[in-house]
Design a protein around this ligand. Structure first.
Ligand code: ZN
Length: 138
C-alpha cells in the first residue's frame, strides 16, 4: 500500500455560517466549495492548503455521525484522511489482513467525488481515520 499525503482533516462544527468566516480569517483563505453529502447527513465546506484540505463538517441531522459527535464531544477534529495511490479496495484488504478493524469494508462515495472508507478508531489509536482515492487519478 502507498499513502501519498494527508488529503484532508475533518473538523466538526456546529454552524458553517459561523465557522466558514472564522476559518477564512484564521487561514487567510477563501472557502472554495460547500457541498451536502446527504448519505452522511452532513454539509461540508472546503479550504485548500498545499495538497491538504480542511473539511468543515456541519450536521444536518442530530442522529447522523457528526450530530452524535457534536453531542458527545463538541466541536473539534473529527477525522484525518489519507490519500491512497495504490487502489482503495486493495489498501483496505491489506489493512484488514493486518488486523485493522474497518468501518467500511468496501469504498463508498464521499464529498468531491472521492471514493472513501473509514477505519475504526479502536484500531488506530483513537483517531477516526479515512482513506480516500480520487477516481479521476485511479
Ligand atoms: Zn473526510
Amino acid at each position: 500500500m502507498k499513502l501519498s499525503h494527508i488529503e484532508h482533516i475533518g473538523i466538526a462544527v456546529k454552524s458553517l455560517e459561523i465557522s466558514i468566516p472564522l476559518y477564512e480569517e484564521l487561514l487567510g483563505l477563501k472557502c472554495y466549495a460547500v457541498e451536502e453529502v446527504a448519505e452522511q447527513k452532513v454539509k461540508t465546506a472546503f479550504f485548500k492548503i498545499g495538497d491538504t484540505k480542511i473539511e468543515l463538517l456541519e450536521s444536518t441531522d442530530p442522529e447522523g455521525p457528526i450530530g452524535k459527535f457534536l453531542e458527545k464531544k463538541g466541536e473539534g477534529v473529527h477525522h484525518i484522511a489519507f490519500a491512497t495511490e495504490d487502489g482503495l479496495q486493495k489498501t483496505l484488504d491489506e489493512l484488514s489482513g493486518k488486523g485493522i478493524q474497518l468501518i467500511d469494508k468496501t469504498p463508498r462515495k464521499g464529498a468531491e467525488g472521492m471514493n472513501i472508507a473509514f477505519l475504526h478508531p479502536k484500531s488506530t489509536g483513537g483517531i477516526l481515520t479515512e482513506l480516500c482515492e480520487d477516481p479521476s487519478k485511479a
